[in-house]
Write a protein that binds this ligand. Structure first.
Ligand SMILES: Cc1cc2nc3c(=O)[nH]c(=O)nc-3n(C[C@H](O)[C@H](O)[C@H](O)COP(=O)(O)OP(=O)(O)OC[C@H]3O[C@@H](n4cnc5c(N)ncnc54)[C@H](O)[C@@H]3O)c2cc1C
Length: 405
């Protein structure tokens, strides 16, 4: 692909940059001097900022125009991300909703669901969360045990537990994968639902991380009533619907690395301030290795973009990009911690959050082992993992998930 902007892309970039230059004064300040500290205030300010970005066409760039998006391609989305990072302002609050769940509803949802939910999601009026993972269903997501049982009047009753649910503490809705039929093999008996987070029987409990934040939660469902209009993509089609979300998740994380500030210029900046480290050949060597890996992953990212731009589904390399970015940033964090010493973990340090948060990112959006398995099978053509549960009804599986189903 051509790595320079085309004239149209350059014009688009200039337009985005001009808007950000004009409006960045009203963006919430999240780091450094004058930063907001109260969690409720941060969420309110970020929702308002998302609304402003959406009005200006800088959120949901690839969403169809009829749902409030711009109907543009993935390259314009990346240009937009790059310019938001350059302007040093926060991106949208609901990256999970707009980046992953909205596109799933666009692909599989009913017309009424699209009309009712998408606009409010895009503008940050209603934040969403992804209710997929459970204590015994993470990498093996098709093992979900949360049960939705159909009632005689066509409504549903939902019971079970989800975990690691980012943003559930302030979300209005969640997209939830539930088991609706335990008498068929596990991939076949699931259904996707829209769940109002304020429904009776929903309990959200925060999980505090080592970084001090509590970004994700355990969510419990105790006989929650859902009407038939809550089903997304048809009863029994939950796995196919979930795969759409997971594909968007890998693309969002894989292409978002630079937006998260994981780039070698920034890492070099931290080390350049230390005279001895700057001259240390070993430090320079390590930084060089990290920089070249991140550069390679940027070019791999362009392959993903090319596929998306042509309307194709990105290949497994999108998962490898995620592994490489996270590992590169972890190495950089270790190096910075060596150079800066304990100051690197000081509350005011630019690096404390990154260093303490990164190990968690190794698991999010597919663990390294799972993504490497996928690359082994689908890129290198290695034999697949043995799958002992194939074709067996979920209720007959001898593992603890089957016993509980
Ligand atoms: C920051 C963060 C945010 C998250 N946000 C959300 C969210 O909003 N919504 C949501 O639903 N989930 C969320 N998750 C959960 C995430 O999707 C899971 O952590 C992930 O799917 C892994 O599942 P697990 O944690 O249960 O690990 P497990 O699946 O229990 O894995 C444990 C270990 O075993 C390894 N392993 C498992 N199976 C295999 C295998 N077949 N071969 C080799 N090794 C294997 C794994 O690689 C891992 O090292 C989030 C996680 C993080 C860290």
């Amino acid at each position: 692909m051509d790595l320079d902007d085309t004239p149209d892309q350059a014009a688009y970039r200039a337009q985005v940059r001009a808007w950000l230059d004009q409006n960045k004064g009203s963006a919430p300040v999240l780091q450094g001097e004058g930063a907001l500290t109260d969690e409720d205030e941060i969420v309110a300010a970020r929702r308002a900022w998302q609304g402003k970005l959406a009005e200006a066409g800088l959120a949901g760039v690839t969403w169809p125009k009829e749902f409030g998006g711009q109907g543009l391609g993935p390259i314009e989305q990346v240009i937009c991300n790059q310019e938001i990072a350059r302007a040093k302002v926060p991106g949208i609050l609901d990256a999970i909703g707009v980046g992953m769940l909205g596109p799933t509803i666009i692909a599989h949802g009913a017309d009424e669901q699209k009309t009712r939910y998408l606009g409010a999601m895009l503008h940050g009026d209603e934040v969403w969360c992804q209710l997929f993972s459970e204590p015994a269903a993470g990498s093996d997501l098709a093992a979900v045990q949360t049960r939705a049982r159909r009632q005689d009047d066509g409504t549903w009753r939902l019971s079970g537990q989800k975990v690691w649910t980012t943003n559930a503490q302030f979300a209005s809705y969640g997209l939830l994968l539930a088991r609706t039929d335990a008498d068929v093999p596990k991939h076949k008996g699931m259904t996707m639902f829209i769940v109002p987070m304020d429904a009776e029987g929903v309990t959200v409990r925060g999980l505090r991380q080592i970084s001090g934040e509590a970004e994700f939660n355990e969510v419990f469902f105790d006989d929650v009533a859902l009407d038939d209009g809550a089903v997304v993509g048809g009863v029994g089609n939950g796995w196919g619907t979930a795969l759409t979300t997971l594909m968007y998740e890998r693309v969002t994380i894989g292409l978002g690395g630079e937006g998260m500030g994981y780039n070698s210029t920034r890492f070099a900046g931290a080390i350049a301030g230390d005279e001895a480290a700057r001259r240390d050949p070993e430090v320079r060597h390590q930084l060089g290795e990290i920089a070249s890996e991140l550069l390679a992953v940027r070019f791999t990212g362009y392959r993903t973009l090319t596929a998306l731009q042509k309307g194709q589904i990105p290949g497994p390399e999108a998962g490898l990009a995620k592994v490489t970015i996270v590992n590169g940033a972890i190495r950089a964090g270790d190096l910075i911690a060596d150079v800066l010493g304990p100051d690197a973990l000081d509350e005011d340090s630019d690096w404390a959050y990154m260093i303490s948060f990164l190990p968690g990112l190794k698991s999010a959006g597919g663990t390294e082992e799972i993504l490497r398995n996928t690359v082994g099978e689908r890129v290198l053509g290695l034999p697949p993992e043995p799958r002992l549960d194939k074709g067996i009804p979920f209720s007959e599986l001898r593992s603890k998930e089957g016993a509980a189903a």
